[in-house]
Write a new protein. Structure first.
Length: 438
């Protein structure tokens, strides 16, 4: 988040609330712990591991220069192979342990001080050899050591102070070089140490700013994922899963023909008189209780709820994915709906009932609209199923003769005979009473 005033975290008004001015650490301890938990194993440990491994290897091979080009005294070899390389390898091995994750700063500090002190100790025991060489070794550790270990500001400053004191003691106590050279070496060490401290501070801020950026991106990604999940859930509530997936994949026009599907219409009988007695809130709650129970049965039977219109309810079996036994599943749904209303009457003491009509035949199904779109079904089969419901009796399930052929082996049916259906003429229909005993 940047503007004319720069980063909100680094230059904006929240800077003092996020970072300590001197240490560059997070003010919030929880945020600091989260940073350490991510930064040490994922960023620092691999970096230090690669750096120390490569450093130990190249530093060892560089000994050939000491042997062939510029021969060094035996104590210099001791510094290289008895002190420096083992320290590098020990620190490298520590990156694989839990100890490194808990105290990498102290390990880096101990490494630098041990190497610096060891070099000067060896030099102090070798008065006949050029001590400036060992001061150079120590200067190298002061400069490079903390950068490899990525010490924080406080430990980098402590490292520079102790190393400088060690160098001062060595140069004035054991060195045979001129005082001006000693002073130059000291200023080099102090200067390099100060530079390392500044670099450590900048690195601390950079690493924490990068962590904040990653954290923000993760939070935004999680929020996007949650919003997408909510959007998908809303889409699944409006459309069948298969149809929703097609829309998400880019289809803009969805219309499918089905040779056979079973359509159910149900209408709540007695709801209009009841609505005159109840408050709007109570009325909606009552209808929602009924339709929620219907939805549960519909989902259990693998059917597709198409829509509700007022107190009417429409269900289809056999789409959007074709299935065997769709007519039986729809009639089972009708029986379950009748049981729901019976239970509702017993609990609420009202006269609500249901009238249900079912018909089977070819349909066309698809998505209509671009705003508030809906999955709907069309065709003569839909109209006939609606007529089956409107011509049924309260508490009865009326099915057409075509549906009867598909379900008569599974249910006890009663022949109602022929009835005159608007727009269809005389049709033979049947009442479904119950499931047939095996």
């Amino acid at each position: 988040m940047r503007g004319r005033e720069g980063s909100l975290y680094t230059d904006g008004p929240l800077r003092a609330l996020v970072f300590h001015r001197l240490t560059a650490r997070f003010v919030d301890p929880a945020l600091e712990r989260a940073f350490e938990a991510e930064y040490v194993p994922d960023v620092l440990a691999p970096f230090v591991r690669r750096t120390l491994g490569f450093g130990a290897l190249t530093y060892s091979f560089y000994g050939l220069h000491d042997l062939l080009v510029l021969p060094q005294p035996a104590s210099a070899w001791s510094v290289r192979y008895a002190l420096v390389v083992p320290c590098l390898l020990l620190c490298w091995a520590s990156t694989f342990t839990a100890l490194f994750r808990r105290g990498y700063q102290w390990i880096g500090l101990a490494y630098g001080l041990a190497a610096t002190g060891g070099v000067l100790l060896i030099a102090s025991k070798s008065p006949a050899e050029p001590s400036i060489l060992y001061a150079g070794f120590a200067s190298l550790f002061v400069t490079i050591g903390p950068l490899i270990a990525r010490l924080d500001v406080a430990r980098q400053a402590l490292y520079t102070l102790i190393s400088s004191i060690l160098l001062v003691v060595f140069e004035w106590r054991f060195s045979r070089t001129p005082r001006s050279v000693n002073l130059a070496v000291l200023w080099t060490v102090v200067g390099m140490g100060s530079l390392g401290t500044v670099i450590s501070w900048l690195n601390e801020r950079q690493q924490r700013e990068a962590f904040l950026a990653r954290k923000t991106i993760r939070e935004q990604s999680d929020e996007i994922a949650r919003e997408r999940a909510r959007s998908d859930e809303l889409l699944r509530n409006v459309l069948p899963d298969a149809v929703a997936a097609r829309l998400k994949n880019g289809e803009t026009s969805i219309a499918d023909g089905y040779d056979e599907a079973t359509v159910l219409f149900a209408d709540i009988v007695g709801f209009t008189p009841l609505s005159a007695k109840l408050s709007p809130e109570a009325l909606v709650a009552r209808l929602n209780e009924v339709f929620t129970a219907f939805d549960a049965r519909c989902s259990e039977l693998g059917l597709e709820k198409i829509k509700t219109i007022g107190d009417a309810y429409m269900v289809v079996g056999g789409l959007p994915e074709k299935r065997e036994g769709h007519a039986i599943a729809v009639v089972n749904m009708a029986l379950a709906m009748r049981e729901v209303l019976a239970d509702q009457r017993a609990r609420h003491g009202d006269d609500l009932d249901v009238r249900i009509g079912v018909h089977t035949g070819p349909v066309v199904a698809g998505v209509i609209g671009t705003r508030k779109f809906a999955y709907d079904v069309w065709g003569d089969t839909v109209n006939t199923a609606s007529r089956m419901e409107s011509h049924a009796l309260p508490g009865h399930i009326q099915v057409s003769d075509r549906t009867r052929v598909l379900v008569e082996h599974a249910f006890d049916l009663e022949d109602r005979g022929e009835i005159t259906v608007k727009g269809k003429g005389a049709m033979r229909t049947w009442f479904v009473h119950r499931k047939r005993a095996s």
